[in-house]
Design a protein around this ligand. Structure first.
Ligand SMILES: NC(=O)c1ccc[n+]([C@@H]2O[C@H](COP(=O)([O-])OP(=O)(O)OC[C@H]3O[C@@H](n4cnc5c(N)ncnc54)[C@H](O)[C@@H]3O)[C@@H](O)[C@H]2O)c1
Length: 381
């Protein structure tokens, strides 16, 4: 006779608004949650909303999904939803995020957390007023290499920090025949353009380390002014494509040059996330270009760069063998595990997701960068 199973804690019931690229990744992460060994909380995707009915069809194969809505107000009115994940174009962030909060649910928000600084502040302040748990999606720091780089940078063992580089680089926009989409138009993506699109990925680790820029000199580039509109014509492409921010951060009491790069046109780079911090004694460099390689520098009689092969050293343990290498779906799952564990007060000393304050702080940097570009000047924060 088999023993009755011990009663499992009730799952956290999650709904998704925005069933595009990211909405489906979330369903996929939840669908293999049993791969995690030590996450104290289990999610269940129960409802999905998208204005495009066709986008909802894919979710019919997800057994836990009971409700498919084309109006997000209908989804928010449903009982039995604990958390809403919203992945919609940036011009809709503020109104939908505020409606989620006011419906009594917690929010996992997509970056950049509002189309601009003012929107981000309004959402952050409303979440505080209502006492909701809110975090913002940024998954790359959950890679083992990023975790190790972060730990080393935070350890104080680098000596006096000399320079920092954080970057996120794409290249598919180099193709001028790539059709326009909402991320390439300011009215939907926001005036900050590529900084809105890729910026939190770049700012998350420096901000967590307390390395917020105190000044910014920005070089922003618009490269192709139009793109095919998909109907035989051309549409304006008016967002900043590449952003290189020469910033200064105060680290250990000293001003340190910190370069933040967000690029849609970086030749040869498909989805490359880079973090590098060099100090007088040690240094660290991690790039998704070499996803299982951690480079560390140490100064001895001779100067040494060492290469460490990393395994599956994610914050939450998984069934995956310790020598295997993780990828995007794994870190998305790790990020969700951190969100749910922190919401339940069970994160412990693991790395937590980006906070609303960090999302507001990144917008402060992007606003300063826009002012720097406009005035061709260094802007103080
Ligand atoms: N964390 C990451 O790595 C990552 C990657 C890509 C995109 N994003 C972010 O995710 C968000 C969405 O980006 P995406 O690439 O998934 O976009 P997408 O265009 O693939 O999907 C957006 C979806 O939202 C739907 N939508 C639009 N208005 C809606 C409404 N009023 N109600 C319900 N659904 C609506 C659209 O029909 C579409 O299916 C953005 O904030 C983007 O910056 C994050």
């Amino acid at each position: 006779m088999s023993q009755p199973a011990p009663s499992a804690p009730a799952p956290v019931r999650v709904a998704v608004i925005g069933a595009g690229l990211m909405g489906r990744e979330v369903a996929s992460a939840f669908g293999r949650w049993f791969a995690l060994l030590d996450c104290p909380v289990r999610p269940e995707l129960v409802a999905v909303c998208d204005t495009r009915a066709a986008a909802l069809d894919w979710f019919r194969q997800v057994p836990t999904v009971s409700f498919l809505d084309t109006d997000y107000h209908a989804l928010l009115a449903r009982p039995g939803i604990d958390v809403v994940y919203v992945a919609v174009p940036h011009h809709l962030h503020e109104s939908i995020y505020l409606d989620v909060l006011r419906s009594g649910k917690d929010l996992f928000a997509e970056k950049p957390f509002g189309i601009d600084l003012a929107a981000a502040r309004r959402v952050r302040d409303e979440a505080v007023r209502l006492g909701r748990f809110v975090r913002v999606s940024s998954e790359f720091p959950f890679l083992p290499g990023a975790q190790r780089a972060l730990q080393l940078a935070a350890s104080g063992s680098l000596g006096r920090i000399l320079e920092v580089r954080s970057a996120f680089l794409h290249s598919s926009d180099l193709d001028p025949s790539k059709p326009i989409n909402w991320k390439r138009q300011s009215q939907y993506c926001g005036e900050a353009g590529v900084m809105n699109d890729l910026g939190l990925h770049v700012a998350h680790v420096p901000l967590r380390l307390g390395w917020k820029p105190v000044s910014v000199h920005a070089q922003l580039q618009k490269i192709y002014a139009t793109r095919p509109d998909g109907r035989g014509g051309a549409a304006p492409c008016d967002t900043w494509d590449n952003a290189t921010l020469h910033t200064s951060a105060v680290i250990g009491g000293h001003p340190v040059p910190m370069t933040l790069e967000m690029k849609r046109m970086a030749p040869g780079e498909t989805n490359t996330w880079i973090f590098e911090a060099l100090g007088t004694d040690r240094g660290v460099r991690f790039s998704t270009k070499e996803p299982k390689t951690l480079w560390t520098y140490r100064r001895e009689k001779e100067q040494v760069w060492e290469k460490t092969d990393l395994g599956f050293g994610t914050p939450f343990k998984a069934i995956t063998g310790s020598i295997f290498e993780p990828g995007f779906p794994d870190i998305l799952m790790q990020m969700w595990a951190a969100f749910l564990a922190e919401r339940a007060g069970l994160l412990g000393d693991r790395f937590g997701c980006a906070t609303p304050d960090e999302a507001v702080a990144q917008h402060e940097v992007w606003a300063a960068a826009l002012a720097s570009q406009r005035d061709q000047a260094v802007v103080r924060l």
